[in-house]
Design a protein around this ligand. Structure first.
Ligand SMILES: Cc1cc2nc3c(=O)[nH]c(=O)nc-3n(C[C@H](O)[C@H](O)[C@H](O)COP(=O)(O)O)c2cc1C
Length: 216
């Protein structure tokens, strides 16, 4: 194949969000998150709760992937996954992580840094039992992030589980559960004209949130 650089420098758009002032911010960053989340949900309901989860391994190698936010409140932001997956191994070695939302229609990005802990077994069980049966079977069949020789083999494991269950409830594997990120820093980014974007940050100091504006 010809080794020709694909030049993307001409792909350019103007951001034109309205003024985003620190005086308009909610006192609590979780309330501010709720405000933006609800607005994003109105304009872009598909995948509004999808977020990039960035972790780092014991040796400092970063990894990022999308997961779905399933609940949040002042105590943290939660998602469900396989504890033995790559992200699970990263989090076991280094519980610090960042969550990132990007809602392009609103020209908004939110970054949330913090420490991550596992949710209790009851919460995992509760959410697992609400999931559609096909999702339960996938979670039970798949050892997430492990190699498998083919899709046929994966499908065979699912079929075998379904046959063995004889229509009974699918058991949640012990390796499947929830994580919760307890935030220590939030950044709310609003795209603005001429790349003079607004960046407002909440940093936790003791039990108080301090607000700062950062240069774009
Ligand atoms: C829209 C979307 C939603 C996803 N939601 C989840 C999720 O909630 N939990 C999860 O474990 N993986 C989810 N994934 C798959 C992950 O991005 C990733 O492939 C998987 O978790 C394995 O990541 P790891 O090998 O880094 O552990 C989602 C992917 C996409 C594109």
């Amino acid at each position: 194949m010809e080794n020709q650089t694909k030049d993307l420098t001409a792909i350019r758009r103007e951001y034109c969000g309205v003024d985003f002032l620190s005086s308009e911010l909610a006192v609590s960053p979780v309330q501010q998150f709720s405000k933006w989340f609800d607005q994003a949900r109105q304009v872009r309901p598909d995948d509004v709760s999808s977020m990039t989860l960035a972790t780092a391994s014991a040796t400092g190698m970063p990894s990022a992937r999308i997961v779905l936010l399933k609940h949040y409140d002042e105590r943290g932001f939660c998602w469900y996954t396989d504890y033995e997956s790559n992200k699970g191994q990263d989090l076991a070695a280094n519980p610090q992580a960042e969550l990132m939302f990007y809602w392009n229609t609103l020209e908004r990005q939110i970054r949330i840094q913090g420490t991550v802990h596992k949710l209790d077994e009851q919460s995992a069980q509760r959410y697992f039992s609400q999931r559609p049966r096909a999702s339960q079977l996938s979670a039970a069949a798949s050892f997430q992030s492990q190699p498998i020789s083919s899709r046929t083999e994966l499908q065979a494991v699912v079929t075998e589980l379904e046959t063995r269950s004889q229509g009974a409830q699918i058991k949640k594997p012990s390796r499947w559960g929830g994580y919760c990120l307890l935030p220590s820093r939030f950044e709310f980014w609003q795209g603005r004209e001429g790349r003079l974007h607004d960046r407002l940050v909440y940093v936790l100091s003791g039990d108080q949130w301090h607000i700062q504006r950062l240069q774009p």
